[in-house]
Design a protein around this ligand. Structure first.
Ligand SMILES: C[S@@+](CC[C@H](N)C(=O)[O-])C[C@H]1O[C@@H](n2cnc3c(N)ncnc32)[C@H](O)[C@@H]1O
Length: 239
């Protein structure tokens, strides 16, 4: 994850210029969470949210400040982003925890360790899980299903391949998209992003991952799809 330790400014530029549709993602995330909250029994305690690969919270902080949470935990592999996330969130009327950690290790850990990571009601992950291999994504889905509260919800925002599309074809069209449309980034920054995604990104085939998730005990709903056949948000609930 050196890219995020050393080239965070390129990712910030991607977010600021909305090149991966983060604004639409934030709107869709808010709609999905408010819909889920509205359906909870009035007697349910305020929910605990665990954010896997939280990053610097530059985009999600305003929504998080406004949600009736009982607790928020941001977990990220890169220690450097956590103070940025804490600063972006600012003072909130619920408990917050910040953890350096690996999201797959969290999914596979036995229960009963760190209370901030136990039985989240809301699991959220944006643009982080696509770094896992296919087998790791499968293991993550199984582990997360075991660890989430039985009445919880999992919002998974990420990049996905079209059904049947190879990783090579996906990477080629994403690189083409960057070179032809990401002018707000300098050519050097574009190449940094291209190097990173060529080496590290393993987006799931959207049909195959839905089938895997359903096998692992999740109900799957595509709640938002971006305009480039890549960015999307799925809402998963345990069944
Ligand atoms: C592209 S950024 C997204 C940040 C934020 N969620 C957003 O949507 O702006 C991906 C983040 O996930 C983190 N990450 C990547 N792989 C991870 C893993 N296996 N466990 C925990 N965090 C991870 C990176 O350090 C980085 O902060």
């Amino acid at each position: 994850m050196e890219f995020f330790e050393h080239q965070w400014s390129s990712y910030r530029a991607v977010v600021e210029h909305d090149l991966m549709e983060h604004r639409a993602v934030a709107t869709a995330t808010e709609a999905a969470l408010r819909h889920w909250l509205a359906q909870r029994p009035a007697t349910a305690p305020p929910p605990a949210l665990l954010d896997l690969g939280c990053g610097d919270l530059a985009l999600l902080a305003p929504l998080l400040r406004d949600l009736p949470l009982g607790r928020y935990c941001g977990l990220d592999l890169a220690a450097v982003v956590l103070p940025l996330a804490e600063r972006a969130l600012g003072p909130v009327p619920y408990a917050t925890d910040w953890r350096v950690g690996d999201l797959l290790a969290w999914a596979q850990a036995p229960e009963g360790g760190d209370s901030a990571l136990e039985q989240p009601d809301i699991l959220h992950s944006a643009f982080a899980i696509h770094h896992l291999s296919e087998a790791q994504k499968q293991a993550f889905l199984q582990g997360a299903r075991r660890r989430i509260n039985a009445n919880g919800v999992f919002l998974w925002v990420d990049v996905f391949r079209e059904p049947g599309e190879t990783r090579e074809a996906y990477i080629a069209r994403y690189c083409q998209r960057i070179r032809s449309g990401w002018q707000p980034l300098s050519p050097g920054q574009q190449e940094q992003v291209i190097d990173h995604l060529s080496q590290c990104d393993i987006p799931a085939d959207r049909a195959a991952i839905q089938a895997s998730a359903e096998q692992a005990g999740w109900r799957w709903h595509w709640a938002w799809q971006g305009q480039y056949q890549a960015e999307a948000m799925a809402v998963l609930t345990p069944h």
